[in-house]
Design a protein around this ligand. Sequence first.
Ligand code: SF4
Length: 361
Amino acid sequence: MPGVYISYPFCAQKCTFCNFASDVYSSELQKQYEKALLDEVRSHSWDWPPETVYFGGGTPSLMRVELLRELISAIPGRDLREVTLECAPGSLTGESIEGWKTCGVNRVSLGVQSFVTEELQKVGRRHTAETVRNEIAILREAGIRNINIDLIAGLPGQTAASWNESLQWIARLDPPHVSVYIFEVDEDSRLGREILFNGVRYGATRVPSDDLTGELYETAVARLSQFGIDRYEISNFARPGFESLHNLKYWKLEPYVGFGLDAHSFNGRERWSDPDDLREYLDLGRKPGQRTRTNAGEEHFFVGLRLMSGIQPTAEEWTRFREPIEKWIGLGMLEREGGRLALAPGAVLLSNEIFREFLDA
Ligand code: SF4
């Protein structure tokens, strides 16, 4: 069953590591965007009733509850199994959570990134571990137990000891879902640009080495598993039954439609996206971007192998990709069990290199 993604790209601050199409915009642009977004959702012709909705961004927890309600009301069908709202710690109150619940929100994803105050301040975040503890208590009191915590490995100043402190907080707070991302050095974030051009701002010189960041990631895999939160996708970990139903659609190549800035859509055959520039999005009159046909075989490997349960290649795919499959099985990086093919647990950090070989094979 399909999913819906809605982008709300407004933030209280721009974090130094962030490479999303989000920012601090004027209230005038925010107003225009909200109208355009609502128009886009309302004018969509739905081929199917969705079962999941994901509000991402940006910081959708800053959205007015009335807008959230209007957006959800514009989506057909009332059998939504999962409605996720991404939240920045420090923006939750008992009142806002009650409002979200009346709109149907039943899952909250907290962009915590780190529980270490010094690391948070360095990247421009204002919350502390205590903020997160208090807000999780309010969420649970309000009956929202499906909670995700995002962490980032590779932030300036991070060490094995400080990473362990963050993981200790996970043990204490016991969320059923955790996402662990590795900081990406690219030109789309201020910190990434600083590193690429040998700058020193934002703690650029204190970013851990690739080797240390890899170790932090592997430590998280082992510790989270001890807590009963197992890896089911390269960056995602959950207690059984708490895997993100919406995000699973991306890796299982199920259809989804995206609305708003830089939102992507996929109908099983083609992909398209909205502009990633706010003014361009507003100017376009919400026309969807150009459609590109997908290459089903490549995507099955490139996207599906991100799941630890792997994929079930078709007979044609076993033949077409025989060479890279045999190579990576021989090197112990892929594992075959019956008709399934999966990344070996120790091969995850090399996954991009492995996936590349399935492109144009
Ligand atoms: S990391 Fe989250 S809160 Fe920070 S700028 Fe990016 S979208 Fe906004």
